[in-house]
Write a protein that binds this ligand. Structure first.
Ligand SMILES: *[C@@H]1O[C@H](CO)[C@@H](O)[C@H](O)[C@H]1NC(C)=O
Ligand SMILES: *[C@@H]1O[C@H](CO)[C@@H](O)[C@H](O)[C@H]1NC(C)=O
Ligand SMILES: *[C@@H]1O[C@H](CO)[C@@H](O)[C@H](O)[C@H]1NC(C)=O
Ligand SMILES: *[C@@H]1O[C@H](CO)[C@@H](O)[C@H](O)[C@H]1NC(C)=O
Ligand SMILES: *[C@@H]1O[C@H](CO)[C@@H](O)[C@H](O)[C@H]1NC(C)=O
Ligand SMILES: *[C@@H]1O[C@H](CO)[C@@H](O)[C@H](O)[C@H]1NC(C)=O
Ligand SMILES: *[C@@H]1O[C@H](CO)[C@@H](O)[C@H](O)[C@H]1NC(C)=O
Ligand SMILES: *[C@@H]1O[C@H](CO)[C@@H](O)[C@H](O)[C@H]1NC(C)=O
Length: 481
């Protein structure tokens, strides 16, 4: 029997004395994956999100006529789904913001006239200004973006002026990736200053980069602290939005190494959440994402089918990386920290739960399909566990011949452990995780094999749960014990 190290995640004592002014949690929602939604599908998603404390969705969409590659083009239907979303949200006491994917722009991948323009954007913003579901920051509608630097300051200034002429006031917090990328390598405060001098029309900032960029490090909140404090010190009144994501793996299957990469995400979700609650205290947390299947950072339940039905999506062969790879149990981690973020102190632990996740092939496996993956050497070949227990307990993890690795957990807060994949996977192994507490013990056996005999190289993990899973609906996941 071996003992694995227990990592005690630091309890943020500073959080206890901090007054929480605003604490909103949004989840980034890919409207492109809602083609077959009805109002009731939206409501189901919103209920599921609300169960773990998510207040709203940031509705990400691309210019309606810009894509010739999407199977559902033209994409004007996205505006109809946004209308359905508002209808549902108004009935659910849920909030929505519009998040414009402005990586699509004239000169990049949209023909002239088909990129975003101020007339269309102001029209859709004004259409929802009176909706009870419109999320307001300081009584102004919040608008966010993904990228958009190339549109320039004057574009946003004109958009705001067009709307304020109609007495509609918006607060824009752009997800400008160039500053966020640079902040990972250079002084973050300098990037915040550069952003403010180049875009004085804008109000807040969304730090898109929740993932470490091509590096093996735990992405904490240091950069967020620097960005947020620099913006606030300069008197910016828009929100600072900190993004938090559980994972990053994308493979477009097009043979281009630029389109296939993994980010070091082994401990990403709990470590960024810890930073959010203990040091950053951002105005808004945005979870990346609710339903981005293609980048492996979805938190939503898997749809029953990707080929038909309400949440079906056109993934092509990328579907091979997502099939049966449930992430639902990650919402238990989200629930715990969201509660903490909103109340300012660590929540009481009322039940024993272990969330665990693992990739299904060792990184050096030679699979039949799937090309080479950039940063493939960064993740550890291991099963990771995050334990939340009421009292002293032992968490035991087995991965084939690496049997009965243990770590201690206790009621002081979440603790993490891991067990590496064994060298010999034989015909494949199913990890086992159990919690023993005095005389009683609960066990969860995973249902997805770790194997070197693989059809597709896949860096998207499966996520399992030991213990009660009522808040995550226990749909599409095996909850035992
Ligand atoms: C809880 O567990 C951590 C990590 O193993 C340990 O450092 C700490 O002393 C424990 N606290 C109590 C009260 O047992
Ligand atoms: C603005 O965008 C909308 C939606 O894509 C499009 O229908 C309209 O033609 C565009 N207007 C201009 C002037 O480009
Ligand atoms: C805004 O609402 C008007 C009136 O219902 C509609 O004609 C228009 O298409 C809407 N704008 C957008 C961009 O959806
Ligand atoms: C929103 O409501 C206000 C107050 O009722 C009204 O004056 C305004 O015209 C409405 N705006 C839109 C775009 O419907
Ligand atoms: C990330 O944090 C975990 C838990 O504290 C630790 O075991 C791991 O070594 C860290 N990773 C890196 C690259 O520092
Ligand atoms: C997903 O799992 C189900 C039941 O465990 C199985 O029947 C199905 O074949 C799996 N689908 C894929 C694509 O692996
Ligand atoms: C948990 O373990 C700690 C340290 O070993 C011990 O002091 C404490 O009494 C234990 N608590 C319970 C409830 O057994
Ligand atoms: C998990 O697997 C182990 C070993 O195969 C078995 O003893 C145990 O009963 C299983 N637990 C559950 C809850 O199925």
């Amino acid at each position: 029997m071996k003992t694995t190290t227990a990592f005690l995640l630091p309890i943020g004592l500073s959080a206890i004395s901090t007054t929480v002014d605003a604490a909103t949690v949004l989840a980034h929602f890919m409207v492109q994956n809602s083609y077959a939604y009805s109002v009731s599908t939206w409501q189901e998603d919103m209920t599921s999100a609300q169960q773990v404390g998510i207040d709203g969705f940031a509705l990400n969409w691309i210019p309606p006529y810009c894509s010739s590659t999407d199977a559902h083009h033209n994409l004007a239907w996205q505006a109809d789904q946004i209308a359905n979303a508002f209808t549902a949200a108004e009935q659910q006491d849920f909030k929505l913001t519009l998040s414009f994917d402005m990586s699509y722009g004239v000169g990049s991948n949209c023909p002239t006239g088909l990129a975003w323009n101020e007339t269309y954007m102001s029209s859709i913003i004004s259409n929802y200004t009176n909706s009870s579901a419109a999320y307001k920051w300081n009584n102004q509608m919040l608008v966010t973006t993904y990228a958009g630097e190339k549109y320039g300051n004057a574009f946003f200034q004109y958009l705001k002026q067009t709307l304020s002429a109609q007495d509609i006031h918006i607060s824009i917090a752009p997800g400008f990736t160039s500053y966020a990328y640079a902040a990972q390598n250079e002084a973050a405060a300098g990037q915040a200053n550069a952003f403010m001098s180049e875009f004085d029309a804008l109000d807040g900032f969304l730090n898109w980069q929740s993932w470490p960029l091509n590096k093996k490090l735990n992405n904490t909140g240091d950069i967020d602290v620097a960005l947020q404090s620099t913006l606030k010190a300069a008197g910016k009144t828009g929100p600072y939005i900190m993004t938090i994501s559980p994972w990053q793996y994308k493979d477009l299957n097009d043979g281009n190494p630029e389109d296939s990469w993994v980010s070091y995400s082994d401990y990403l979700f709990p470590s960024r959440f810890e930073s959010a609650v203990s040091t950053v205290h951002p105005d808004i947390i945005e979870l990346q994402t609710w339903n981005d299947w293609g980048e492996s950072h979805y938190l939503r339940d898997l749809p029953a089918s990707f080929s038909s039905g309400p949440a079906s999506a056109t993934l092509g062969t990328m579907q091979n990386y997502v099939n049966n790879q449930s992430h639902s149990a990650w919402r238990i981690i989200a629930d715990y920290y969201i509660n903490w973020y909103k109340s300012g102190s660590p929540p009481d632990i009322t039940q024993d739960q272990v969330v665990y996740w693992y990739r299904t092939h060792p990184k050096d496996a030679t699979c039949n399909g799937g090309g080479s993956v950039r940063n493939a050497q960064l993740p550890a070949d291991a099963v990771f566990a995050w334990a939340l227990v009421r009292n002293n307990a032992t968490v035991t993890m087995s991965a084939g011949q690496n049997a009965f690795w243990q770590f201690n957990a206790n009621g002081t807060g979440p603790q993490m452990g891991m067990v590496p994949f064994p060298d010999d996977l034989g015909d494949g192994i199913l990890p086992e995780v159990s919690i023993s507490n005095g005389g009683s013990s609960i066990t969860g056996n995973a249902s997805t094999y770790i194997t070197s005999d693989c059809d597709y190289m896949n860096f998207n993990p499966v996520v399992g749960l030991v213990g009660p899973g009522d808040k995550v609906g226990a749909t599409n996941q095996k909850v035992l014990g």
